[in-house]
Design a protein around this ligand. Structure first.
Ligand SMILES: Cc1cc2nc3c(=O)[nH]c(=O)nc-3n(C[C@H](O)[C@H](O)[C@H](O)COP(=O)(O)OP(=O)(O)OC[C@H]3O[C@@H](n4cnc5c(N)ncnc54)[C@H](O)[C@@H]3O)c2cc1C
Length: 468
């Protein structure tokens, strides 16, 4: 391509290394760069997709044969006000940068993903949820306003009151309406760097879901781990972790734990093995038998009900504890299937799905449950109920079988009135999307798309899969 950018044709992957496509990479760091990139795409007749940290489990930030705009270096925190808890950030700022800037002043991001490596641009485009979704909603509910540059050439500011259709459309809109150039977030006041966490076992699926439902109102966060490999009457057994903030004066060590050095995850396991190479040791266990053993061991060591204090970083970002853990799934990687179901239908639908996965010989290795409530963003994935995220190993041998299994899962979820999340699932079809979003929502999204991006410059592999 003939232009002022340094471009190279690169191979991009999803987080789980199970999908990839090649595209021109443009590293953008300013609004002018974005304008130039739009111009370049128009001249070259190419489509373009934004990419933050590339932490989506699916094809949301892939754009085979087109341009990928890399925002990871447009990452300045433009302003931080420790009195109001308001932060103005560029889109490439990661959750890690954000909490590390605000913690010492006693503020924490109100909504975080299970990894701190995600960027705010990516978090808004997917409208991420945390372990407190049932209380505080998705991240979009804590965005006071954002600035965006549309492919139509328009620069605008959106808030719940100003350009509100675009506020609710672009947040959750998967980067297909325009590009976030900065955002103002309201952080959450905290009085300690630690949370009080309670953990208890749940002997089966029904008990697990009842436990989430009944206990959620008493805590600020709740999350479940599910043994997805066990069968029979213990199907869906697991463990719940529920946490609450400590009030002012409650933690005698509060100042110490607001310091970054007391939040950092340790670099070595048992003080010896560098965490960066741990995924190589994990690889031999990442198979049906290995995970069945790991899950059983985890369940039997979690039988004791207990309460402990844990740093915010350790509670929220457990998955960052082992860097590159997804590599342990081997050369064909992993995919995650997350379904959101109304409380009343969740047990029967997930029972059927877990049993089907066992019968077909493709069990999920890991299951994580959360409690949710609906929100008013356009492409919302939340329901009044629960979500279950299932991690599947992909191999050359099981890929087709896995795809058929997930197709059946989609049917079960749709019949039960459920929804899907566009940052996770890689199998959702156009027909499933139409069914769970409804034609009214889809038409509204397409009308916004026509208005903001009349030449259809913004397209991703995901967009072509589910919307085109
Ligand atoms: C280990 C792990 C745990 C996770 N836990 C959770 C969780 O608890 N809850 C949850 O909700 N999600 C979770 N996720 C998913 C993750 O939060 C989302 O996929 C998020 O979008 C990734 O952010 P990113 O910066 O990597 O974005 P990318 O994956 O790079 O992009 C995601 C989307 O954002 C768009 N985008 C990026 N930058 C911009 C911009 N400047 N303007 C407009 N659009 C843009 C892209 O085009 C794409 O559509 C998890 C992912 C991982 C790997």
């Amino acid at each position: 391509m003939d232009n002022n950018f340094e471009t190279n044709f690169s191979l991009f992957e999803n987080f789980g290394h199970s999908l990839n496509s090649t595209a021109y990479r443009l590293q953008l760091i300013s609004n002018q760069d974005i304008k130039d990139a739009y111009k370049l795409a128009r001249q070259a007749g190419l489509t373009m997709t934004a990419r933050g940290a590339g932490r989506s489990y699916n094809d949301a930030s892939l754009n085979g044969g087109g341009i990928v705009m890399d925002f990871s270096a447009m990452n300045r925190i433009l302003s931080w006000n420790k009195d109001t808890g308001r932060a103005i950030c560029e889109p490439g700022v990661t959750l890690e940068q954000l909490w590390q800037c605000t913690l010492l002043d006693g503020w924490w991001p109100p909504v975080v993903s299970g990894t701190m490596k995600t960027t705010l641009g990516g978090c808004l485009a997917a409208n991420i949820h945390g372990k407190n979704n049932y209380r505080l909603g998705p991240i979009g509910e804590h965005v006071l306003e954002f600035n965006a540059l549309l492919p139509s050439g328009v620069a605008l500011t959106c808030s719940p009151k100003r350009n509100s259709d675009l506020f609710y459309g672009m947040i959750s809109g998967l980067g297909m309406l325009g590009i976030f150039t900065s955002m103002t977030l309201q952080m959450k006041r905290i009085y300690s760097g630690r949370l009080e966490v309670k953990a208890w076992p749940t002997p089966n699926l029904q008990n697990h879901l009842d436990s989430l439902l009944e206990n959620a109102p008493e805590y600020d966060y709740i999350v479940g781990w599910m043994d997805t490999t066990v069968r029979g009457r213990n199907l869906g057994r697991g463990q719940i972790h529920a946490a609450r903030y400590l009030a002012s004066g409650e933690d005698p060590d509060s100042a110490r734990f607001l310091q970054l050095k007391n939040q950092t995850l340790p670099a070595r396991v048992f003080g010896i093995i560098p965490k960066s190479i741990l995924h190589y040791f994990m690889r031999p266990f990442v198979n049906n038998l290995g995970w069945s053993l790991i899950n059983s061991m985890k369940y039997f060591t979690s039988l004791q009900r207990h309460t402990f204090l844990q740093s915010h970083a350790s509670f929220h970002f457990l998955l960052d504890y082992i860097p590159d853990w997804e590599r342990s799934y081997g050369p064909d990687g992993l995919i995650q299937y997350q379904s959101f179901l109304p409380s009343e239908n969740a047990e029967s639908a997930w029972r059927e799905m877990l049993q089907l996965s066992h019968r077909s010989g493709v069990p999920a290795f890991l299951g994580v449950t959360k409690r949710h409530r609906p929100d008013k963003f356009l492409l919302t994935h939340a329901v009044d109920g629960f979500s279950l995220a299932l991690d599947f190993k992909v191999t050359r041998g099981n890929r087709a079988k896995l795809a058929r299994l997930l197709e059946t899962f989609d049917r079960i979820v749709l019949q039960a009135g459920g929804r899907f999340y566009f940052a996770k699932n890689s199998e959702t079809t156009r027909a499933s999307t139409r069914q769970f979003l409804g034609t009214q929502t889809l038409s509204k999204y397409q009308r916004l798309k026509k208005r903001c991006d009349p030449e259809q410059l913004l397209e991703s592999d995901l967009y072509r899969r589910v919307f085109k």
